[in-house]
Design a protein around this ligand. Sequence first.
Ligand SMILES: Cc1cc2nc3c(=O)[nH]c(=O)nc-3n(C[C@H](O)[C@H](O)[C@H](O)COP(=O)(O)O)c2cc1C
Length: 356
Amino acid sequence: MDDVDYRELKGGKNLVSRISIAPMVDITDRHFRYFCRLLTKKSMLYTEMITSSAIIHGDRNKLLDFDPFEKPVALQIAGCDKKEIAEAVKIAEDWDYDEINLNVGCPSDRVSGNQMGAALMAYPELVAEIVQAIRSATKKPVSVKHRIGIDGTNILPGSLSKVVFDKYEDLEYFVKTLFQAGIKHFIIHARIAVLEGLSTKENREIPPLRYEDVYRIKEAFPDLFIEINGGIRTIDSIKEHLRYVDGVMLGRVAYENPFILTKVDQFAEGGKVNNVSRREIIERLIDYVHQFGVDKRTGHQALKNVLGLFHNKRGSRLWRQLLTPPWQEGIYAKDVLEKALRILPEEVLDEKQEET
Ligand SMILES: Cc1cc2nc3c(=O)[nH]c(=O)nc-3n(C[C@H](O)[C@H](O)[C@H](O)COP(=O)(O)O)c2cc1C
């Protein structure tokens, strides 16, 4: 294998596991990624999904800038036009992301109605052309995030037939086609996407999880790096999945219960539990938000996804109340965090994770 070390193989099995934090629109912005990096040193952090046309026509600095402290960071791109995607990837080269990821998993109408996201799964050859275009635009590792299948309407122009692409064999064909196009790293959300009748949110909850299909893919393609995603919320379940696949991608748990991220580095090469307390995290956040000074909007933005830090702990409600706007006149992000350190329960502030 030619690209990055975690794909090193021995006897058809990847030696090194990886944990990543999923791309999530409105969540995994640079502020949230900075926060995640305080909790986990080793995990790969994904951007929100960014469309190729936004990169080409939008405010690039706003969309692509990140703090080097967040690294390693993967850029997730959505699109369906291979030329446009390749152009966007070339533009992003200047930002030095660590990986480029193609979104083939988003069920949103806005995205799939435009032949993007999960709808593309029914057209493996088209996706293969897209990834080839990406690979020729960058030397960075390229990965694909997709579902185990889709149930939806044919999106190709002029055709109204229903597309059902939801059998294990369909998934295997999809992976094989992309493997032939040079992709070695697959992140598989273990649910199908239902493109009609279910909302984006329902599509993360209602289609049943079929982890076995993802395990079978690893068995069928032992040399590929297979990362599993969907409904994984505990350290024990991460351990269990890593018996079968190479990596685990965590989504909602990262903002619902972020303190769990202090435990995930133990699964990465040379990694161990991050022995950091909530107090230390908040102190680092104080330094971070200091730069926003009296810019309340950015201050709110920087703290809006850290509300779960006290999940299931004493002080959880108080923490949420303190952080939730509106803040009093003359009170800014830094003041809010300093107040939290003064009034939240000491034993929760000073708790550290232990090796499990
Ligand atoms: C608020 C939110 C936004 C999301 N945005 C994206 C996205 O931009 N790109 C993507 O591939 N998946 C997106 N997802 C899906 C997640 O990456 C992940 O696949 C899904 O939440 C399942 O993992 P989980 O059960 O660990 O949350 C989003 C999920 C959530 C909750």
